[in-house]
Design a protein around this ligand. Structure first.
Ligand code: S3P
Length: 196
């Protein structure tokens, strides 16, 4: 029998799992170094699956009424990290779970790592500092991406923290947003605890 032998003429040949609206039971957190593509990939998946997507940095800036560069300049990194934890808790415990792209330093505080583990599924998009540098157009908005040497050291130091926090790891080198998104979607579908 040919491939269309069982087709009753509905025209919809996608598997049932693709047809019904997927619904998140827990948030999905995207982590990784600056320039890893966390926001782009989160938006890509949000469009495909009709989920909401929240960029934690943008949420934080709106809530505080200041851009991150100014928070760093006026109060320093430690103050920023405290606000970041507060925002992570606020977004992560929302009754309607979303795709959440986190700032690259979210893994710095142990409290954040605990929150990520408790609240949702963590997707680590792995990137090297060199590749990230090529991808980032506006480095001025990122106070911790000063020069390539220090970015390399920071990326290397954070590597084990990202790995440890991750439930899913995707290498992003040489891949498009679509390719990465597709890979992540496949990995998420295989996690039953994620779906309502
Ligand atoms: C930071 C990354 C930035 C932003 C802030 C600090 C970091 O987010 O949260 O500048 O410590 O790596 P992105 O990873 O979205 O650039």
């Amino acid at each position: 029998m040919g491939k269309s032998g069982n087709n009753t003429g509905s025209g919809n040949r996608r598997p049932p799992s693709e047809r019904k609206q997927l619904c998140l039971a827990r948030p999905v957190f995207f982590i990784g170094f600056m320039g890893a593509g966390k926001t782009s990939v989160s938006l890509y998946i949000a469009r495909r699956w009709k989920f909401s997507s929240i960029d934690l940095d943008m949420y934080l800036e709106r809530r505080e009424g200041r851009v991150i560069r100014d928070i760093f300049a006026e109060e320093g990194e430690e103050a920023f990290r405290l606000i970041e934890t507060d925002v992570l808790r606020e977004v992560g415990t929302s009754p309607s779970p979303s795709l959440v792209s986190c700032g690259g330093g979210i893994v710095e505080r142990p409290e954040n790592r605990e929150l990520l583990a408790q609240l949702g599924c963590v997707v680590y998009l792995r990137v090297s500092a060199d590749e990230a540098s090529d991808r980032i157009s506006n480095k001025k908005s990122r106070p911790l991406f000063n020069d390539l040497e220090s970015a390399r050291a920071l990326c290397e130091r954070r590597g084990p923290l990202y790995e440890e926090a991750a439930d899913v790891i995707v290498n992003t080198a040489g891949k498009s947003v679509g390719q990465i998104g597709y890979e992540v979607m496949g990995a998420l579908k295989r996690r039953p605890e994620l779906w309502a």
